[in-house]
Design a protein around this ligand. Structure first.
Ligand code: NCD
Length: 309
């Protein structure tokens, strides 16, 4: 008998728009009927292997599994795992795949989740690999955009901050490029511009319109979405560069003066200084509800990968 194919989520482009739309549909259904889902994963175990810091991604996955009636185990820092003794990712995964039914992992090395899925006979979910990808943050972002704007097409999306190292930006661009009539305004200092490979392989290849600027105000009045990001301190080689760039953008109420009334302000969080807390009370600020939506879309994803009806 042929071995059953195991489903993993390593990169967002593994999902078609139809699969994404289905996940959004299930997440919306969970929001309306949570009770229908509370025993769906009885007896199942989710392992969270976090080799890098996290608050939202790890806890929202744990919350998602617990709300589905399943259980969770894992570690939240590499130093408390056998990685500190020199164990390879491949070996850790081979072992944990005997302890759980599904694994969520975050790792500082780009490509580590790909190595993991070659060594696992249970589903692996990439919860962030270095400055590369973060597909489940993107699913969270897509659910947020869908709920807050009512559509995933016909949008002008401003992405602001660290577009070079920000993995959430890379995955979001990849996903949104599959929808109709999307325009990107890429707002960053020159040193933190979007990597060339993403411009070429995704934007130019799919003929997606984009503009690069370092001025957050220049296109403010045109934006439907403003996606702010933190300068990714942990990816810098040089502390002086980080200090010089970290407060390059600080979004405050004055800067929103010309913005649309139905602008949707998003941020994957954690926020450092890039959005003033005075913006939090603006009805256009959606970043805390965005974090909450992360639980429901992750519930939908767990159900899909575990093939629970
Ligand atoms: C993001 C990440 O880890 O890439 N955080 C998250 O998962 N919500 C963004 C960030 O750390 O800046």
């Amino acid at each position: 008998m042929r071995k059953k194919e195991v489903k993993h989520l390593i990169s967002i482009d593994q999902l078609s728009t139809q699969e994404i739309d289905n996940l959004i549909k299930v997440a919306n259904n969970i929001i309306t009927n949570p009770n229908k889902y509370k025993e769906k994963c009885n007896g199942k175990i989710l392992a969270t292997l976090f080799f890098e810091p996290s608050t939202r991604t790890r806890l929202s996955f744990e919350s998602a599994m617990l709300r589905l009636g399943g259980n969770v185990l894992g570690f939240s820092e590499a130093s408390s795992s056998s990685t500190a003794k020199g164990e390879s990712v491949a070996d850790t995964i081979k072992v944990v795949s005997g302890y759980a039914d599904i694994i969520v992992m975050r790792h500082p090395k780009e490509g580590a989740p790909l190595v993991a899925c070659h060594n696992s006979d249970i589903p692996i979910i990439n919860a962030g690999d270095g400055g590369h990808n973060h597909p489940t943050q993107t699913l969270t972002d897509l659910l947020t955009i869908h709920r807050e704007k009512g559509r995933l097409n016909n949008l002008v999306i401003g992405l602001c901050g660290d577009l070079k190292f920000g993995r959430t930006v890379h995955s979001l661009i990849s996903a949104m490029s599959k929808y109709e009539n999307i325009k990107f305004i890429l707002i960053s200092p020159e040193e933190l511009q979007l990597p060339e490979y993403i411009k070429k392989d995704i934007l130019e290849k799919n003929e997606i319109e984009y503009i690069e600027t370092n001025d957050i105000l220049e296109y403010m009045s045109k934006l439907d979405i403003l996606y702010m990001t933190r300068v990714q301190k942990e990816r810098f080689f040089n502390e002086a560069d980080y200090i010089r760039l970290k407060d390059y953008y600080i979004l405050d109420s004055n800067k929103l003066g010309k913005a649309k009334e139905d602008l949707c302000i998003m941020h994957p969080l954690p926020r450092v200084n890039e959005i003033s807390t005075s913006v939090d009370n603006d009805p256009r600020a959606k970043y805390f509800i965005q974090a909450k939506y992360g639980v429901y879309i992750r519930m939908a994803l767990i159900l899909k990968l575990l093939e629970v009806e």
